[in-house]
Ligand binder design. Structure first.
Ligand SMILES: N[C@@H](CCC(=O)N[C@@H](CS)C(=O)NCC(=O)O)C(=O)O
Length: 212
């Protein structure tokens, strides 16, 4: 039997850490929640910089191993707890597309949404990681049309990652309405794990941990 190693999750509400929170709640594993007050700069203290030298949330420790970067944490957790069925295993032909969507969410979709949110002039499509915004939207809409999830009936960490970015895009107004994407996000919102995350975020904001 594998040795038990405790998980500590370094969180801040209204931040990307919500994605890892959602992942942990989907896994239904025990973890210790450490909430950092970004406004007070708790993420820049030496004790946290020892875990993430970037001074950013989310971060986790699993035993004495620290893992940072949202997509890497989601991928790591899904592989570390395979019994939850949120990873597509090495050897399964869908592993490649699964990894593609995990990293597409942060390296292709997120920069596109950030450009739109901050009204930044996009660089030339040939150099921009996301190419042309409307084309990108079409690719995403096409991938989520059949559903209910990216891999049909199988809900994975890739849905957590892509779905969270899409929800953020809709919330900020950076993502124009596309019926296929809205329907996909609506399906994700039915997940009890996500409802628990939003409830906890509201509780933390009310307790004075607002990040935004
Ligand atoms: N590339 C990182 C980005 C993490 C990030 O930018 N986190 C923000 C919150 S959304 C943060 O910690 N900001 C606080 C700060 O920089 O002081 C990831 O994907 O995990």
């Amino acid at each position: 039997m594998a040795e038990y190693r405790p998980i500590t999750f370094y969180h801040a509400p209204q931040s990307r850490a919500i994605i890892v929170h959602w992942m942990l709640e989907e896994l239904e594993i025990p973890y210790q929640l450490r909430v950092l007050n970004l406004r007070k700069g708790e993420n820049k203290r030496a004790s946290f910089l020892a875990i993430n030298p970037m001074g950013k949330v989310p971060a986790i420790t699993h035993g004495d191993v620290a893992v940072t970067e949202t997509a890497a944490i989601c991928c790591y957790l899904a592989d570390a707890f395979p019994q939850a069925g949120l990873a597509i295993a090495v050897g399964d032909p869908r592993r490649g597309p699964y990894l593609k969507w995990l990293f597409f969410a942060v390296s292709t979709l997120e920069p596109a949404l950030t450009d739109r949110m901050y009204k930044r002039e996009p660089i030339a499509p040939v150099a921009a990681s996301y190419g042309d915004f409307d084309h990108l939207l079409g690719v995403v809409a096409n991938a989520v049309t059949v559903g209910p999830y990216l891999f049909g009936q199988t809900f994975t960490a890739a849905d957590v990652m892509l779905g969270a970015e899409l929800q953020w895009g809709m919330m900020t107004g950076a993502l124009p309405a596309r019926p296929e994407i809205t329907a996909y996000v609506d399906r994700l919102k039915q997940r009890p794990a996500l409802a628990r995350v939003y409830a906890k975020d509201a509780e933390l904001v009310a307790a004075g941990y607002a990040s935004a």
